[in-house]
Design a protein around this ligand. Structure first.
Ligand SMILES: Cc1cc2nc3c(=O)[nH]c(=O)nc-3n(C[C@H](O)[C@H](O)[C@H](O)COP(=O)(O)OP(=O)(O)OC[C@H]3O[C@@H](n4cnc5c(N)ncnc54)[C@H](O)[C@@H]3O)c2cc1C
Length: 380
């Protein structure tokens, strides 16, 4: 029995998304990878089609749709074998902070633009000396009446160059407690003192812009704070469950896509007069991968269902994030192996897929941190 209850409406939406990606995304991916960026026009077209921020309530321009619509867009994006058009980050990681914690006027101001693709968002937590240990961030946000003054540096920020609106984690220097001092603020990209200093050159994710951001006496209104004062760390902890679940979804969908590509290749190419898929150990390698992917799919679909029911699945999502991403990396490795020398050549999509898998175990909390969280909540 299928774990997820897709309706006819979901299936029709999926069909539209798939057709759109086949027409308006896949043919351009090689160019975007070379350019190191996805053009804003692609984001706008996503918005026009209704493929961004589907969960945003209708009064702010969204569909008020359930999480399965996000799952559909994320899985279909994986089939395009690129990561630049980071709609899941925008729609399902960053914008939910505004939906859940933004003041009414802030929601009215920004959400319709996020839905339409006119505004691209990013989230800045990590700093050069604070990644896994988020409580040690040093970027400061000092509140003076109606104004907040921000100073500091953030790194590895996805959508960093293109973003129009940033959710920023910073600490109040007047508060000693490392957890209670953290707040989240919305910072518009053209604010004086906010510089997109450097686009990082990465080993993979070439079409995804990842940047270092600098704040020098950057002044924003105190109304741009999300939630009540001192609750930034707790908001992050609450929303990281969905962010990590998104990574699980991406990992399983990418593994399915890599296996699909590899099966096609192995059925077409011959060795010793037979299709590669039937040669030597290859059959077992393929069965091993298919087994792992099915296990991952079953587990992740259950996580999606539980998440949609509002269950606390912090242990299971932490397990899922580390296991599915390591599984996807194992699958990527085996798929390259099955492609032989061709797997090492850029003209084969599997080369990019292999490169792009590597970061999954690192961002959204490293896999070691995931095991630490699972251990803690298991009382170990
Ligand atoms: C492509 C990319 C995109 C990213 N996008 C974003 C983004 O949009 N926004 C954002 O804020 N950040 C983003 N990040 C940052 C990412 O979340 C961090 O890189 C990650 O959290 C790890 O932090 P770090 O790099 O400082 O590694 P470190 O914390 O220095 O860790 C180094 C190693 O030590 C291990 N380690 C550290 N502490 C422990 C511990 N307590 N127990 C066990 N092992 C430990 C880690 O597991 C890791 O293996 C992105 C990173 C990349 C590469």
């Amino acid at each position: 029995m299928d774990i997820l209850k897709y309706t006819e409406a979901h299936n029709q939406f999926k069909e539209r998304v798939r057709l759109f990606f086949e027409r308006a995304v896949t043919p351009f991916v090689d160019r975007w990878e070379r350019q190191g960026m996805v053009p804003r026009s692609a984001w706008k077209r996503m918005g026009e089609e209704g493929f961004l921020c589907m969960g945003v309530p209708a009064e702010y321009g969204g569909m008020g749709a359930d999480f399965l619509y996000s799952v559909i867009v994320t899985e279909e994006l994986s089939r395009t074998n690129h990561t630049g058009l980071a709609a899941p980050l925008h729609s399902d990681v960053v914008v939910p902070y505004i939906v859940s914690f933004g003041a009414e006027e802030v929601k009215k101001q920004y959400l319709p633009l996020c839905v339409s693709g006119e505004m691209i968002t990013a989230i800045a937590m990590t700093e050069p000396d604070a990644g896994s240990d988020l409580a040690s961030i040093t970027t400061t946000a000092a509140e003076y009446g109606d104004e907040v003054v921000i100073n500091g540096r953030k790194t590895f920020i996805s959508n960093g160059i293109q973003c129009d609106l940033l959710v920023l984690a910073a600490r109040d220097p007047a508060v000693a407690d490392p957890y209670m001092s953290v707040d989240l603020y919305l910072v518009e990209a053209d604010t004086k003192g906010f510089d997109k200093e450097k686009k990082l050159a990465k080993m993979g994710w070439h079409s995804q812009d990842t940047a270092e951001l600098v704040f020098t006496d950057c002044r924003i209104p105190s109304g741009n704070r999300l939630g009540r004062k001192g609750s930034g760390f707790f908001m992050l902890m609450e929303k990281l469950q969905q962010e990590r679940l998104m990574v699980c979804i991406i990992a399983v969908a990418a593994a399915e896509q890599m296996l699909d590509m590899t099966l096609k290749y192995c059925q077409k190419k011959t060795d010793f007069g037979r299709p590669l898929a039937k040669v030597g150990d290859n059959r077992f390698k393929i069965v091993d991968m298919a087994t792992e992917i099915k296990l991952g799919r079953t587990f992740v679909d259950k996580l999606i269902a539980d998440h949609m029911e509002g269950k606390n699945i912090v242990i299971e999502v932490s397990m899922g994030k580390y296991w599915t991403t390591e599984m996807a990396m194992r699958v990527a490795d085996q798929c390259v192996e099955l492609h032989g020398g061709n797997g090492c050549c850029e003209e084969n999509s599997i080369a990019r897929a292999w490169r792009d898998m590597r970061v999954l175990s690192i961002f959204a909390g490293t896999n070691e941190i995931m095991k630490g969280i699972a251990a803690k909540f298991m009382g170990l």
